[in-house]
Structure formats: C-alpha cells, structure tokens
Write a new protein. Structure first.
Length: 442
C-alpha cells in the first residue's frame, strides 16, 4: 500500500502524468462517447425534437453531476493530501463520510426533483413541443439519482487510476449496448435512453462499493466508524469541492440562460442544434477533464510532502499539453465541423448551423483547458477561496454577462461568440493567480 501511494512523490513527473492522466482520459472519453451515442440514437431513432428535449433537460442532469463532483473532487483532494502526510485514518474517514453524505443528498434531489419537475423544465427553457421528451427522460434519471456516484475520483486519489478508468469504461460499454436495444428493439424511445443511463450508473456504483468495501485487494479497510459524521472533515470536503460544484453549476446555469435566449431568438431549431453541438463540444473538452482529474492527485500529494519543485513541473507540463491539444482541436473543427455534425442528423439546417457554431466554440478550447488545470491547482492544495473565485470566472462571471451583452448586439451569433471570449478572459485571470502562487512556493 505504501509503495502504491508514494510513487506519486518519486516517479519522474512526465511519466507520472502519463500514468495518471491517460486512464482518466480514457474513462471520461468512454463516458462521453456514450453521451454522443445517446444523442445519436435519440436524434436518429426518435427525432430532432427528442434531441432538443434531451438538450433542455441536460442542465438538471448536470446538477446531479455537480453534486457528485463536489464530493468526489473535495474528498480526492483531502485523501491525496492525507496520504502525502501519511494519515491513512483521515483518508478512510473521508471515504466513509463521502458515501453517507452523497446518499442523503441524492434522496433529497430525487424527491424535490420529481415534485417540481415541470416548473423546473419551464425555468430551463423548454418549449411545449419539447416538454414531453424532457419530462419522460428526467423522471427516470431522477428515480436513479442515488446511483449517480462520482467515486472514481476517490479511487484515483489513492493511485488506482486503472480501476478508476474501469469504473467509467465497463458500465458505459454496457450502456452502449442497451441504448439501441431499448430505443429501437423495444421501441422505448427517449425512455430507453434514460433507463440505459441509470443501468450504467448502477454498475458503476456497484464497482465503487466493491473496491472500497468488498475487494480482497483493497488498499484500506473502511469500517462502520468511518461513516460516523465527522463535521469538520465534511466541511473540509465540501469547501474544497465547492469550486467544482460552482464550476459545474455555473455551466448548468449558463445552459439555462442559453436555452432561454435561444427560445427567444432561434426557437426549436436553435435549441436542438445547440443540444447536438454542446455534446460534441463537451467531447472536445474531455482530454482536458481527464488530464485535470489525473494530475490532481500528483499536485495534492507532492504539495502535502512539500515537494514544490515537482508541483511546479507538473503544472508547467500540464499547461503545455493542454495548449497543444487546444490548437489541434481548433484545427480539426475548422476543417471538419459540418462533417462531424452530419453524423448525428441528416437535417441540412441543423448541419449548417451546427458546423458554424462548432468552429466558433473550438477557438476557446486551449484557453478553457489552461484555466481548468490552473483552477485545479488551488483546489488540490486546499486554497478554497481562490479556487472558488476562479471556478466562477469561466461559466458565470465571464460567460453570462457576455451572453446577455453579445446576444443583444449580434443576435444568435453573439450567443456563440460569448463562449470563446469567456474562455480567453477566464484563462488570463487564472494565469495571474497561478504565477503568483507558484512563485511564492519557490
């Protein structure tokens, strides 16, 4: 167990980034390949309006992800630093308290979500023609909310990046099989897609439970005492994870703002096109997400051991990788955006609008990646206030004002250009903070 944890502080940084980030990238790619497949099967098998219903319901789905991300990233930071400080008992308490708190919150989300589903959908910008699809999808998702765990982050924090990858890949491979069977074979439409999603989440949750509580190869034994509420520890987990929550929720709120603006300026066509484009754009950002998740334990562990030179090297190399990736993604979209959009629909209007939007969105990929990894640094080392502020910059403090301003000035195009402009602004702000932080640890 000691060897498994201490390699985070001894292996060469470049090799360590590859070892930790690649399985994480594969995992999140698998998740979003499923997301793309979900959109593909729904758009092709049910219709463009069903894809629009999925797009409108997505902010609430993102909220569920925000809850799991808060606990996952917050506990991962606490666990990584505890292991760096050789405090295994604190790491075990972080796991137990995270499980217990998540189950309580998930039950509350299910109850309140089902009680107020239609008002929530209208708030998120649904139109009458999209409402039946969104309602059907979200009812099933909410009933399965308790299975929507984010504990791969906890597993990765212990250095088990391959198992964390499997927690993504195996359930979503099952889901990829279930989607066409349920949507086409059983003619269940969008309900089949939702059932497939919940089934995949059940498998993922079962694998997490196996790893922490049942596996004979588990690195530490989680006892009943570790589930006993430790309020100072829970506060640390929640405050550390709060930037991730606000970042994800900021994205959800921004999506609501976008949907409402699109309802006013573009109608069902614009909403449905944005639903497809947002999934493709999210897929482009997955290498960013995977690298950030993989690098967080490296930064947290080495910061805990006060190996600040390794922390600086990790950040420098991560930013370089993400900058190069962003340039490559932009060139890909510049050349092939309409072809990629055409995979999901044969509607020429959607293909034309989707290709135009993708080219604009992709211009900000490099900047969003750099901002994400710099925000992660402050979260990994426990600098909660700075991480909180930076996490709000991208999707809230920069994006929402730009959406409002540019849509009034440029119409639909203003909505699309707001995204890369927000990425550039947020990256500039986070760079100022990270340079000061890294120089102070020299």
């Amino acid at each position: 167990m000691a060897e498994k944890e201490t390699f985070l502080g001894t292996e060469p940084v470049g090799r360590l980034i590859r070892k930790m980030a690649l399985p994480s990238i594969v995992g999140v790619l698998a998740y979003n390949i499923y997301n793309l497949a979900d959109t593909f099967f729904i758009a092709r098998g049910v219709g463009t309006e069903a894809a629009g219903g999925l797009a409108v319901s997505f902010p609430l789905f993102v909220f569920l992800s925000a809850v799991t991300t808060t606990l996952g990233s917050g506990a991962a930071s606490v666990i990584s630093r505890a292991l760096g400080e050789k405090d295994g008992e604190r790491a075990s308490r972080a796991v137990g308290n995270s499980f217990a708190f998540f189950l309580a919150v998930a039950l509350l989300v299910t109850v309140f979500g089902l009680l107020f589903l239609d008002p929530l959908l209208y708030l998120m910008g649904v139109t009458p023609s999209l409402l039946p699809y969104a309602r059907t999808y979200l009812r099933i998702i909410l009933l399965g909310a308790v299975t929507c765990t984010g504990f791969s982050n906890l597993i990765r924090a212990e250095g088990s990046s391959r198992y964390a990858m499997c927690i993504w890949v195996i359930p979503l491979s099952i889901n990829m099989v279930l989607d066409p069977v349920l949507i086409f074979g059983f003619d269940m439409g969008i309900a089949g897609a939702a059932i497939g999603t919940v089934a995949a989440q059940c498998v993922s949750m079962g694998m997490s439970v196996w790893y922490f509580f049942l596996s004979p190869k588990r690195t530490r034994k989680i006892r009943l005492r570790h589930f006993r509420p430790d309020f100072p520890l829970l506060r640390e987990i929640l405050l550390t994870g709060l930037p991730s929550f606000l970042q994800t929720m900021g994205y959800s709120i921004a999506m609501v703002v976008v949907n409402r603006l699109l309802r006013e300026q573009g109608g069902d066509l614009a909403i449905s096109t944005y639903g497809i484009v947002s999934k493709i754009w999210t897929f482009l950002g997955l290498c960013v997400t995977g690298l950030v998740q993989g690098v967080q334990p490296i930064v947290g562990y080495n910061f805990g051991e006060k190996k600040f030179g390794r922390v600086r090297e990790t950040m420098r190399k991560s930013c370089g990788i993400l900058g190069c990736y962003g340039i490559g993604a932009f060139l890909l979209m510049l050349l092939g955006a309409p072809l990629i959009t055409g995979i999901f629909t044969s509607d020429e209007a959607v293909i034309g609008m989707g290709g135009h939007i993708l080219r604009i969105f992709a211009a900000g990929t490099a900047f969003s990646g750099i901002q994400a990894v710099q925000t992660m640094y402050f979260q990994a080392v426990g600098k909660k206030k700075t991480a909180l502020f930076l996490s709000l910059c991208g999707n809230v403090l920069c994006l929402i004002p730009l959406l409002t301003l540019l849509s009034g000035w440029m119409g639909l195009d203003g909505i699309w250009y707001a995204f890369p402009l927000a990425n550039v602004t947020a990256a500039a702000i986070s760079t100022l903070f990270i340079r000061r932080a890294l120089s102070s640890n020299s």
